[in-house]
Design a protein around this ligand. Sequence first.
Ligand code: MLT
Length: 396
Amino acid sequence: MEFNSRFGDIAENYLFAEVANRTAKYAAAHPGREILKLGIGDVTLPLAPAVISALHSAVEEMAHSETFKGYGPYEGYSFLRESIKNYYAEMGVTLSESEIFVSDGAKSDLGNILDIFSTDNTVLVPDPVYPVYVDTNVMAGRKIIFADATEENGFLPMPDPKVRADIIYICSPNNPTGAAYSVSALKEWVDYANRTGAVILYDAAYESFVSEEGLARSVFEVEGARTCAIEFCSFSKTAGFTGTRCGYTVIPSELKRGGLSANKMWFRRQSTKFNGVPYIVQRGAAAVFTPEGRRQTGENLSVYKRNAALISSAMDGSGVMYTGGKNSPYIWFKCPGGLNSWKFFDLLLERAQVVGTPGAGFGKNGENFFRLTAFGSEEDTKKAVERISDLFRQTV
Ligand code: MLT
């Protein structure tokens, strides 16, 4: 018997587990100090009242034999898939219900989707990017190549005709840089994928933060994407479901390679390994799309957007180079004083008791950068901004 030795090729801890470990160590050594956490992108506002009310009603249904639910459909209840379908229609994207698969979150599906791809495929991953794409492919033993996302290209790499890849990851608005592709820029990736036969895995977890005209919220806004793309989305960042767990994956019926349908393979995979998201949670998720749910979750998003603007204004005031904060809940900046990411993490924690995420954890191009999240409470964000501004005054 042998374990998967490829685990030796990834960092011992998942990035956010490492951040949590180091923070816990600091807290244990400095009891009584108020630590402000702007590291992991975890929401802090409670679920919208419309969602809570739908959750309560669904719990009540489970208490009576006439309305009790056991196993649900593997791909999710129709009431939720229909709401998602209508949501896409507002963006001008036509989907059929059978192309929507409800899941327990984008992170799970981004890892699990690899089951339908050959391990011989070469994977193209932007650098820096959400570490799940790299870690899951290293675990599976795929060859990974990188597309550099740098200050020079505005953190939005474009396809290089000389590079050949089978699976292409795109995260837009990007985690961690906050950079977002326009529909026209994304079209170049879609054309490239259709030309080469590659498949784009499009992570749209932050689509609800897009505020500028012309930027894509869904890859399916791009003509031609139905033959080359799979989209992953989540209620986590849109509606505060990080702890409630619900997301969805869209696989168009036209996405076929070698006579095999990605949609059918995914259904086969999910029905074998997954028994669906709890009915109660799906009822809560469906309430996000009601007029009340839309208004209330929109109010919560406004709070996070205000936090992002506040953090951005501190960066403006200090002259530090930064991106994000506009179409994204993340602010991505260059560590002052030329410090490397983990050194700055320690400095920020020790001198300001603020936790952020070191850019190096997102790839080699993230070295010397740092990420702050706007998902903290308003109060914590205000305090953190004051402390960070003070620290910048001393170090920039
Ligand atoms: C992040 O902080 O990058 C995200 O919260 C991670 C995630 O969504 O899994």
